[in-house]
Write a protein that binds this ligand. Structure first.
Ligand code: PGA
Length: 249
């Protein structure tokens, strides 16, 4: 893993945007893996600012999102379908036909999971995957204990995840109990991964990622086995990490 150490959330977002934009500009065809949550919001804002200013085009870009809540339709304000339209897609010129998010309302959810991995495969795999990390080490909605070889699948959300996401809902009771998530194996097949980590709430996760062992109890630890991961982390997130040099190995 390579580390880019930045001052704060704003710098993390801008550095991530510059990195992603360089890929968008240098490729004829690009498949992105996208994430939701608080972490990538600043990245998406920076992409929108760039699009407004420089008209960078996304006509040749496809995207696959990591996950979606089960039971929420795309119209629900807390669905990730809604989030992506609101925070990115409607502000840039990406073709909506080329954006993919698992459906949390599919009649046959198992089939939806299989079809999602197949669609990624048919696109030639993900070129650049954007990831955040949960305080419990989850990536996508792959909670602790998820087998490393998992493909896209249905998950029961951990209580800590529902609590962390309750801030977007009126109450924790409204946070869905299940989600569809790209599996750990699906994520690890990405050619390149950009992991964004910001803030005090991620200090312990960041320390475990760098200094802990590789274990299914801490899903993000598998990233240590991927050949092309860049971590962009801010000073607060890195505050508990002792051996920073461990990251640039
Ligand atoms: P956050 O979530 O960006 O809202 O902190 C990250 C995650 O759960 O992967």
């Amino acid at each position: 893993m390579k580390l880019i150490e930045v001052k704060d959330y704003q710098e993390m977002s801008q550095v991530a945007a510059d990195y992603l934009l360089s890929k968008v500009k240098e490729s004829d065809k690009l498949t992105l893996g996208l994430a939701t949550g608080g972490t990538p919001q600043g990245l998406y804002e920076a992409l929108i600012n760039d699009h407004n200013k420089n008209r960078t085009s996304y006509q040749h870009v496809s995207s696959f999102n990591l996950d979606e809540y089960i039971g929420l339709s795309g119209k629900h304000p807390n669905s990730y379908y809604h989030y992506m339209n609101d925070h990115l897609f409607k502000h840039i010129d990406i073709d909506s036909e080329n954006t993919h998010i698992p459906s949390g309302k599919a009649v046959d959810l198992e089939k939806e999971c299989e079809a999602y991995d197949e669609k990624i495969r048919l696109h030639g795999g993900i070129d650049l995957q954007i990831l955040g990390i949960g305080s419990n080490g989850h990536i996508g909605f792959n909670e602790p204990g998820t087998p490393f070889e998992s493909n896209t699948h249905i998950v029961e959300l951990a209580e800590s995840t529902r609590e962390a996401n309750a801030r977007y809902f009126d109450s924790i009771d409204e946070v869905p109990a299940q989600a569809i998530t790209m599996g750990i194996s699906s994520i690890m097949k990405s050619k390149e991964i950009l992991l964004l980590v910001s803030g005090e709430a991620k200090q312990v996760a960041m320390k475990k990622l760098v200094e802990g062992e590789i274990s299914e109890n801490f899903p993000a630890s598998i990233l240590n086995r991927h050949e092309h991961v860049t971590v962009i982390a801010d000073q607060e997130a890195l505050a508990m990490v002792k051996g920073l040099e461990l990251l640039n190995r």
